[in-house]
Design a protein around this ligand. Structure first.
Ligand SMILES: Cc1cc2nc3c(=O)[nH]c(=O)nc-3n(C[C@H](O)[C@H](O)[C@H](O)COP(=O)(O)OP(=O)(O)OC[C@H]3O[C@@H](n4cnc5c(N)ncnc54)[C@H](O)[C@@H]3O)c2cc1C
Length: 401
């Protein structure tokens, strides 16, 4: 992992050459992103031949800046947020060469959408205690159980499935991790509607689903370690932001402020201006903190530091959209799209401030709640005494349910 051999200028030149060779405005998403992957400019911290150039993760920003300037459509994480943010690093770190070949490029192009199947109705924060069960049957596993809050499951081809394969081991040591074909018999996806009126996530029922053992990532019983890779990368993806200085949610607020500020009475104007300025500063601190975390992160291995960005961005986002919706005055109480209860394939695509305000309520829950982020930061980053975990060493089957 070194970034000595390729300078930022060289990266810019390579990105411009890619755009000149494969016109992103003339070809489809899969063609352009496929070419970007092949040139190593897709996930620059991945190895050569697997979408990257083996550079520091922070160098992706150099490439993204050129793509943004050239107004390349479909260049961000939202193409396949869970696949690119978590699926790719998990497959890279825990998958076989065959899995790398089969999945990494298609994840990057968005040809295969991925979802993450961890949470179950009784276990979200304490995901290590999940009760779904995988029972071995020769070369296959038969899985039964229910997942919930599974974002994008309705459009996914593959799911990252965590399930219990040994109930007699302590909860963290009896889990295994599989790549699940979402179209396999026995997988049933049902939408769950959210406060925004969209069904971005789902409950997924697994009834006698057969998974070949060659779809297991890492050893039997080692699923928790793979889950940690997933969760740490999720926090970087959720908290990482790629909008550049002044970009992302704060840009929405600044634009909104510029539009509305002259209509405010003098006192509200002053108070709101202070709030906007404070949020701009905090957003910039967050951006720089994330940049530092990306420099420190190894390829696909995000480390607990990603929890800082996740915690901060969730809380700043909520405050940004609270100020934005306040700027709307009484109109802020209206949700323009009128709770259509739609099944958006893109999800999260709400353009309205009210939609973003409502969606931001989920930020402090998804990918681990803010309380859990504070526990991780306290324990893993600051070295403070751990949360009380009385069931940690008990066989899972002996834990009172
Ligand atoms: C928009 C959205 C998308 C999601 N997408 C996915 C997905 O794709 N895949 C997936 O698997 N899951 C997904 N989730 C689920 C998410 O990971 C869980 O909701 C989250 O981990 C919290 O779990 P829970 O809802 O069961 O709440 P609980 O774990 O029951 O928590 C309830 C409350 O107790 C607090 N709490 C719990 N334990 C502790 C503790 N030890 N110390 C202090 N406080 C604690 C929590 O902070 C929370 O306030 C999504 C959630 C949302 C909102």
């Amino acid at each position: 992992m070194t970034d000595i051999t390729i300078s930022d200028d060289e990266l810019r030149e390579r990105t411009k050459a890619l755009i000149a060779e494969v016109d992103p405005h003339a070809v489809d998403q899969f063609t352009f992103r496929g070419a970007q992957y092949d040139a190593g400019l897709g996930m620059v911290h991945f190895p050569v031949g697997k979408g990257g150039l083996g550079l520091s993760r922070s160098k992706q920003a150099v490439i993204d800046e050129i793509l943004r300037e050239a107004k390349v459509p479909y260049h961000d994480l939202m193409i396949n947020p869970i696949g690119i943010g978590m699926g790719a690093p998990v497959v890279l770190n825990h998958g076989t060469e065959e899995m790398h070949k089969k999945h990494l490029r298609k994840i990057y192009t968005g040809e295969d959408i991925w979802c993450q199947m961890f949470s179950e109705p009784t276990h979200g924060s304490d995901v290590a205690g999940i009760p779904s069960r995988g029972v071995r049957d020769g070369d296959e596993w038969i899985v039964n159980g229910q997942k919930v809050w599974t974002t994008l499951a309705h459009v996914s081809n593959y799911g990252m499935l965590l399930t219990r394969t040994n109930p007699d081991a302590p909860k963290h040591r009896g889990l295994s991790y599989f790549i699940l074909d979402m179209h396999a018999p026995g997988v049933e996806v049902r939408p769950l509607y959210q406060i925004t009126g969209e069904a971005e996530f789902n409950e997924v029922f697994l009834t006698d689903v057969r998974i070949h053992d060659n779809q297991r990532l890492s050893d039997e019983g080692d699923g928790w370690r793979v889950a940690i890779t997933t969760l740490m990368n999720e926090r970087v993806a959720l908290g990482g932001g790629s909008g550049g200085k002044g970009g992302g949610p704060i840009r929405t607020l600044i634009n909104h402020w510029m539009e509305k500020k002259d209509d405010l009475d003098p006192l509200t104007h002053q108070i709101t201006r202070d709030k906007v300025a404070k949020l701009w500063i905090e957003s910039e601190v967050l951006r720089l903190t994330n940049q530092r975390a990306k420099v420190l992160a190894k390829s696909g291995d995000a480390g607990p530091g990603g929890s800082i960005g996740k915690l901060m961005s969730a809380e700043i986002n909520q405050r940004i959209y609270e100020v934005a919706v306040d700027l709307e005055g009484a109109d802020g109480m209206l949700h323009n799209s009128g709770y259509p209860m739609t099944r958006s394939d893109e999800a999260m695509g709400m353009g309205e401030v009210s939609g973003m305000f409502l969606r931001s309520r989920a930020n402090t829950i998804e990918g681990g709640t803010s309380e859990i982020m504070r526990n991780i930061l306290g324990e893993r980053v600051l070295g403070l005494p751990g949360d009380v975990r009385v069931d940690k060493d008990l066989p899972w089957s002996d834990i009172p349910k």
